[in-house]
Design a protein around this ligand. Structure first.
Ligand SMILES: C[S@@+](CC[C@H](N)C(=O)[O-])C[C@H]1O[C@@H](n2cnc3c(N)ncnc32)[C@H](O)[C@@H]1O
Length: 229
């Protein structure tokens, strides 16, 4: 959710963290109360259609891949990209029997993909050094009518939930891969900034934008459709 992948040290630290703790992350990614519902909302917002090609950036251990595969059906294709070898291995294990799902080790900042009908990322843009540029590059892969969706965690702005931001801050600090942790300051500020920049990039580059917040305002979802060029 946090931790920079923008410089070589941060990138290496994030890759080794999500490799070493792939199984633990997978359990958290699937079983945290409410997370399945959030993932369902993300896939609904992306709205993949039968026969389409969907690319998930930073797919991790593949928690979203089964639902994406269901939506595109046997004639569609799902591609998951992640730069952590351990996460890729687990996602591949999980999808090995499915001919139309491929998981590749790749840097989402330079995805080895020419085109896609839908692009999504869940809990990833907060790890990118230049999230707005990267998101613009993702949108450029889409045809007019294509759709992009992002799901992220950030501090809540809901007045009644604001006291919980302290706990969120502790969670962000703990879950950041060692080597990417900030020694000073509030790690949630950088996370908020990156998430806001990425979501703004979606809003600026697309039309029919849908935005919503969930989980007491800690989860932010944005999706948009590429307008005619
Ligand atoms: C918090 S996990 C989210 C995983 C998955 N999207 C999910 O919903 O469970 C962040 C993932 O993004 C990956 N990641 C971060 N920066 C990346 C980059 N530049 N390229 C590819 N993967 C990246 C990490 O390896 C990790 O698996």
């Amino acid at each position: 959710m946090s931790g920079e992948s923008d410089e070589s040290g941060g990138t290496a630290a994030a890759q080794s963290f999500y490799t070493r703790y792939a199984r633990l992350y997978d359990a958290v990614a699937r079983n945290t109360p409410g997370v399945a519902r959030l993932r369902g909302r993300l896939v609904d917002a992306l709205d993949p259609q039968p026969g389409e090609t969907v690319v998930e950036m930073g797919c991790g251990t593949g928690a979203n891949l089964p639902a994406l595969r269901d939506r595109v059906g046997p004639s569609g294709r799902v591609v998951g990209l992640d730069f952590a070898p351990g996460a890729v291995a687990l996602a591949r294990e999980r999808t090995a029997r499915w001919g139309n799902v491929a998981v590749a080790r790749a840097d989402a900042r330079h995805p080895p993909v020419d085109a896609a009908d839908r692009v999504l990322a869940a809990f990833v843009v907060g790890m990118l050094g230049d999230p707005a540029d990267t998101v613009r590059d993702w949108v450029a892969l889409l045809p007019p009518g294509g759709r992009v969706a992002l799901l992220d965690l950030a501090r809540t702005t809901r007045p009644l939930a604001r006291p919980l931001n302290l706990g969120f801050r502790a969670l962000v600090a703990l879950s950041a891969p060692p080597g990417t942790r900030r020694r000073t300051g509030d790690p949630t500020r950088a996370l908020d900034r990156r998430v806001a920049a990425a979501h703004r990039a979606v809003r600026d580059a697309t039309a029919s934008v849908a935005r919503s917040t969930h989980a007491a305002g800690f989860a932010r979802l944005v999706a948009g459709r590429v307008p005619p060029r």
